[in-house]
Write a protein that binds this ligand. Sequence first.
Ligand code: TXA
Ligand code: MG
Length: 344
Amino acid sequence: MNTLRLSAQDPRTPEIAAGILRRGGLVAVPTETVYGLGADGLNPAAVKRIFLAKGRPGDNPLILHVTGVEQLPQFCHDIPQAAYRLAQAFWPGPLTMVLPANDCVPRETTGGLDTVAIRCPQTPVTREIIRLAGVPVAAPSANLSGKPSTTTAQHVLHDHDGRIDAVVDGGPCAVGVESTIVDLTEDRPRLLRPGGVGPEALLAVLGDLVIDRAVTGLLADGDVVKAPGMKYRHYAPQEPVIIVAGSREKAARYIHAHFQPGDRVLCFAEELPLYAGCAPLAYGLEADPLSLSAGLFAALRDLDDPAVRRVFARCPVGGGVAYAVQNRLNKAAGFHIVDAEAAE
Ligand code: TXA
Ligand code: MG
């Protein structure tokens, strides 16, 4: 199949993309978080094609993308007031809510669950495509399963050229890590995945928030997880990643002491001068956490190279989007973290 390249700037794009979706095809769309691999979320055959293209396990549910909060009652029931407060505060934007699913949502989309994840993306061209398609768009991140998410149309084509109907090129994604997921189906709201909306901002709206275990640590084999996607190895290049925590100076001393040929350093732009001779790659500025989230997955893709032996990574601390960057790096590293302060 020939994968159509559509520009987000071309006024014909939304109708072309919507037509492909209505006919059961696959269109990769830009969002402010990452590119999504979209299909008609109410069409089981179309949804199955997403799983096939990604090589994704069928029990890992998809997010339904909608045009706004007014669509919630079409696809969900028993919607708590908290859902409306969150939508008011963060939609359109990088927030996904898990709610009880209505029967019109196919079990292919929900991975067999009786709940559904819903989000209204910020990117205008994608909201327009959903509106014209007249159906909610099921879209996981547009990477091959197990690879870092795609934050440019080039990444999407790298993984899917010739295997999907079209990609809409909207440029690089501004947030760069996937949306925050909050489960609202239990007594207390639960953070299943950190993202562009930080935990403090959620707490300010909700007044209460449980952080799921899958966010903060390694899961053991057989652990039951709320977000099935959290149990899969994710975001990771093929070689081991080791996070080196601690002050700039102590981390640099540790890395220089352990660096061997073939290793790489993934660091903040401010730290580049400290790693001359260590093949450093900067993914953003420590002083600007959004630049780190925007650059992280492209950097992990660059490092996903058989010639790379190990990656020493520097990780931001703090809340907001830095919390999501930390989560993705922790996952890429399998929570392998060395404290350079204690190592001396
Ligand atoms: O930013 C994003 O969320 C991007 C863009 C394209 O919107 N999408 C995305 O989709 O990251 P995906 O499929 O890569 O990640 C969705 C996560 C998975 O971990 C999945 O297990 C979880 O959401 N999920 C989906 N439906 C769920 C449900 N009903 N209950 C719990 N977790 C769910
Ligand atoms: Mg994904």
